[in-house]
Ligand binder design. Sequence first.
Ligand SMILES: NC(=O)c1ccc[n+]([C@@H]2O[C@H](COP(=O)([O-])OP(=O)(O)OC[C@H]3O[C@@H](n4cnc5c(N)ncnc54)[C@H](OP(=O)(O)O)[C@@H]3O)[C@@H](O)[C@H]2O)c1
Length: 300
Amino acid sequence: MQNSSIPSQPKFSSIIHGHWRLRAWNLSSQELITLVSQALELGISTIDQADIYGDYSCEAILGEALAIQPGLRKDLQLVSKCGIKLMSEKFPDRQIKYYDYSKKYIIQSVENSLSNLNTDYLDVLLLHRPSPFFNAEEVAETFTELKQSGKVLHFGVSNFLPHQMDLLNAFLRDPLVTNQVEISPFCLDYFQNGTVEMMQKNQVRPMAWSPLAGGKLMNPTDEKGNRIFKSLQEVAHELHEESIEKVVYAWLMKHPSNILPVVGTGKIERLKLAVEAQELEMSLEQWFKIYVAGLGNSLP
Ligand SMILES: NC(=O)c1ccc[n+]([C@@H]2O[C@H](COP(=O)([O-])OP(=O)(O)OC[C@H]3O[C@@H](n4cnc5c(N)ncnc54)[C@H](OP(=O)(O)O)[C@@H]3O)[C@@H](O)[C@H]2O)c1
């Protein structure tokens, strides 16, 4: 389908490596270089970061590794985010958590990200969360300036609803290239609130954060978790597949919106399962078995 509003797409690997938990992985720079290099060998070249991850520390942890091995940068797509002002000892004057999408703050945040990551450019900048105080015209001007300076190649959003994407897109020369939202069998909201459909219409791929519900899917602790786990076990059994994780990733990637799972593990063997899941094919009935388990009731 041809449409003039289709954005020029950045390259994303089919599996994205999420670095939210990077500080907790407790890796030396050398160990992180090894992890990033091994992930690259698996075809995982896109890394998801944010200014605030690890209390404003994760970008710099990656940046230190990239400074030691600068050759890695050209093979990676670095995604980072801005807009949330966290309560942190690093900002002792801040009294509450809030969002800031002023031109001044976005530019300052990008400059910090570039410096922390030891890079000249971000492949993609995402606005981390929608804000009730949002000047789309000012944000669009800021994006133009960042693009013209070469500091950011593409722009997207995260946790936005369709009307919030529409508002920003109305002011942009180049439409948003993604919306990173929570999607998993545990969180079906974005299949139900029009977001996934809107992205299909705009021909941009959703990024799915917490695809394993932050690990909850693997170690269920409540009735909903147990119900989903049982459906995943059933489908895994039917597919002669040992790994429940692979079934979850295959479920996400089967969807026609071409979902990009943002995988949050620090373990290379678990990243490998996500890559292998691309080969796992489930039937539509199996897809719905997992969906209905997440929903908690049968379809109307
Ligand atoms: N845009 C947003 O608002 C937003 C919000 C949240 C997250 N994100 C992004 O999404 C990424 C992924 O989020 P996530 O980390 O919550 O994703 P996830 O992949 O759902 O969860 C990762 C967690 O699950 C654990 N895990 C994986 N396999 C497991 C298994 N078989 N058994 C037990 N535990 C297992 C991992 O531990 P191990 O490390 O030990 O494998 C890790 O603690 C983040 O890194 C971040 O980049 C974005």
